[in-house]
Design a protein around this ligand. Structure first.
Ligand code: 5GP
Ligand code: MG
Length: 177
């Protein structure tokens, strides 16, 4: 059985809500930069960037954009089931210092991916702030990491399926029981 958590309409309104909150909290748009975590976090980040640019009334290219590719791998030595984040690729073509970086991912769960992302970002310089935005907060954190902007909370030990127009032809979030 599966439950639709977000259909295409509510998916878009959640993206718009996050974008509004980010722009309300960051009045100086020249200090804002956006970084998406591969794979779906990047598509979300691009949409949020476009929405913020529209809200503020500037061109999309005025907001610096980057991507991080962090994949979770099962550690063979770890019987507890936790996965280890491995950094595969980093594309940050701007100076992160003195920027308010909005880090965007699709799902926040244990917090290990975000922790790895913070490590990478701190190696790049000294941003003014790093603010985390996620579409779904799945709960069950293993590290003291929380998102500032949360689309929806959906506490679940089971995987949540995220589809988005760019990769799947439709915007949808489904909980599979
Ligand atoms: P964490 O590192 O917080 O345990 O997991 C977050 C990362 O794993 C995110 O990059 C996200 O893409 C992926 N992830 C974790 N849980 C889910 C889930 O339920 N569904 C999907 N689609 N991805 C998940
Ligand atoms: Mg991911």
């Amino acid at each position: 059985m599966s439950d639709i958590v977000l259909d295409s309409k509510s998916f878009q309104s959640v993206v718009n809500k996050i974008s509004r909150e980010i722009s309300d909290n960051n009045k100086n748009i020249s200090e804002v930069a956006i970084i998406g975590i591969q794979n779906k976090g990047v598509f979300l980040a691009k949409r949020i960037l476009a929405e913020i640019a529209k809200l503020v009334g500037i061109g999309k290219s005025r907001i610096p954009f980057g991507t991080l590719d962090i994949t979770l791998y099962r550690d063979d030595l770890d019987n507890l089931g936790s996965k280890m984040p491995v950094i595969k690729d980093t594309v940050i073509p701007f100076d992160t210092s003195r920027k308010n970086i909005i880090l965007i991912d699709d799902v926040l769960y244990t917090g290990r991916t975000v922790r790895a992302a913070l490590d990478v970002l701190m190696d790049f310089g000294r941003p003014k702030s790093i603010q985390l935005a996620v579409l779904i907060d799945r709960g069950f954190r293993e590290l003291p990491i929380e998102a500032k902007y949360v689309g929806i909370m959906y506490q679940s030990k089971e995987l949540i399926k995220i589809e988005c127009k760019e990769t799947d032809g439709v915007d949808r979030v489904t909980f599979i029981k």
